[in-house]
Design a protein around this ligand. Structure first.
Ligand SMILES: [Fe+2]
Length: 267
């Protein structure tokens, strides 16, 4: 199987932004010109953001609160029920927001986490889509490609100066507290909270939805796995928040329906 990376264009995006501050960055054009396959949802989201910010003033585009509000509107308008990966970014954003609220974080931090979670897999759009739909295990070369997607996603967000604060949440969402994650094998407090919360929401959604390489497991089983690895790989507070949120949904639901009820309630 031939796997290749699409050329990254972060440098040109940076120069585009500095020289054409009142125009678009061209993500919408990329959707049709650069991708022969269906573009990932996160790429659609960033194209929508690019378009929404086009008429804004320079001051507005440099305002974190202004840009995060647009990100929130995009997340709210997306469909979390689209099957498997296409709705994944949306669901992870909504779940990460709910966890951050449960953790009683500051409002701006909640918005940052929700935004980082919405764009966490943006970098997958720059890797051949066949790797994401391969039904069997990845070979070592393919896995090395996969490990680049957080870095590629971070590069794609950097042209938005107002979103600088969410870059670590994207770049580090596959790191683990015990240093077993990627791409940098960071440990403990070197991993910012934005990334830690995104990770818990991402892993929970990944485990409870069917992928080409794995069947979905029940929400209760996924929760047990996260609880078992809390403090080892996953943030203790974020896992505790997930348990509390799930507990709130559990009272009147069959176990198999708990996750669907959760998503419905936070949608
Ligand atoms: Fe990812």
């Amino acid at each position: 199987m031939t796997v290749f990376l699409f050329k990254t264009s972060s440098n040109s995006l940076h120069s585009n932004f500095s020289s054409r501050r009142t125009t678009r960055l061209g993500f919408a054009t990329s959707l049709t010109a650069e991708y022969a396959f269906a573009p990932p949802t996160a790429l659609v989201f960033i194209a929508q953001l690019d378009e929404a910010l086009a008429p804004a003033t320079i001051a507005e585009r440099e305002s974190e609160a202004f840009v995060l509000q647009h990100v929130r509107e995009i997340a709210n308008g997306a469909d979390p029920y689209r099957n498997t990966l296409s709705g994944h970014s949306c669901r992870v954003s909504r779940l990460a927001r709910r966890l951050a609220e449960q953790m009683e974080l500051q409002p701006i931090e909640i918005e940052r986490i929700a935004a980082a979670a919405l764009f966490h897999d943006l970098g997958k759009s720059r890797i051949d889509s066949r790797i994401w739909t391969k039904p069997s295990c990845l070979d070592p070369e393919e896995f090395e490609m996969v490990k680049m997607h957080p870095v590629l996603g971070a590069e794609m967000i950097r042209p938005f100066p107002a979103l600088e604060s969410i870059v670590p949440g994207i770049e580090l969402h596959h790191e683990a507290l015990d240093g077993s994650g990627y791409p940098y094998r960071l440990r403990d407090s070197d991993i910012p909270l934005t990334a830690r919360v995104t990770t818990v929401a991402d892993v929970f959604d990944a485990m409870t939805t069917t992928r080409t390489y794995q069947a979905a497991i029940a929400a209760e089983a996924a929760l047990a796995t996260l609880r078992h690895l809390a403090g080892v790989k996953f943030d203790v507070r974020a896992v505790a928040a997930l348990c509390e949120v799930m507990e709130g949904c559990r009272a009147d639901a069959e176990p198999a329906l708990v996750y669907e009820q959760l998503i419905a309630r936070i949608a």
